[in-house]
Design a protein around this ligand. Structure first.
Ligand SMILES: [Zn+2]
Ligand SMILES: [Zn+2]
Length: 213
């Protein structure tokens, strides 16, 4: 395997999109295509990858806006955790709320399972809290976590949107993220990259503290 990865902010809410793949096998994934389909496809082409999945960390519109266009251009299936299905069904209303034009997106064709393996050495981790179907993706060999809106540098995802649960978010981070390799880089849903160890020590919302279990 020869893993390549590019992460960059896209769309009106500057969601971090990640393209990751194995150049030996020539396949890869797009995570959270929140806008700027042209830029995402240019990145896919520059890495020489055939996209085999369009994966969503959760079903908030800012992580989905370009999914329809990427699907049209690659034919790859759309992935989502089933617990966010109810949010996927409100995409048009979410766009209305934020005043963002709605572009129809096809139905998810693949339901993400906890601990499901990806190609490229990745593994899915169900990390509910920000939304019920929030998932993170851990690439052990590449020492990388794609965290969606679960964990940010020095912060955590909001839990005041429909389906949010602050207690569950904390549990997900402590029990399913802070147990991973501390040196792993974290690509959050928005803002700069961090590392698991840095958040365990300095995140003022959720520390690695066994007393909270
Ligand atoms: Zn979100
Ligand atoms: Zn977001």
């Amino acid at each position: 395997m020869n893993i390549v990865r590019k992460s960059f902010p896209v769309g009106p809410l500057q969601c971090n999109c990640t393209v990751i793949g194995d150049t030996e096998a020539g396949i890869g994934y797009v995570f959270d295509p929140g806008g700027d389909a042209t830029r995402i496809m240019a990145t896919v082409e520059s890495l020489g990858l055939r996209i085999i999945g369009i994966i969503h960390t959760h079903a908030h519109l800012d992580h989905i806006l370009a999914a329809g266009e990427i699907h049209k251009q690659t034919g790859a299936p759309i992935w989502l955790h089933r617990s966010d299905r109810f949010l996927w069904d409100t995409l048009e209303q979410q766009c209305g709320m934020w005043g963002i034009p709605y572009a129809p997106v096809p139905e998810p064709a693949h339901w993400i399972e906890h601990e499901q393996d990806l190609e490229c050495g990745g593994n899915c981790i169900h990390t509910p809290g920000h939304t019920p179907g929030s998932v993170s993706f851990y690439f052990e060999d590449s020492s990388l976590l794609i965290a969606g809106d679960t964990l940010f540098m020095g912060s955590v995802g909001r839990t005041d949107f429909p389906g949010g649960d602050a207690g569950l978010l904390k549990k997900s981070i402590q029990q399913r993220i802070y147990c991973l390799d501390e040196s792993a880089a974290v690509v959050p849903g928005h803002g700069p990259e961090t590392s698991i160890g840095q958040e365990m020590r300095f995140n003022s919302f959720v520390r690695a503290d066994s007393r909270d279990f």
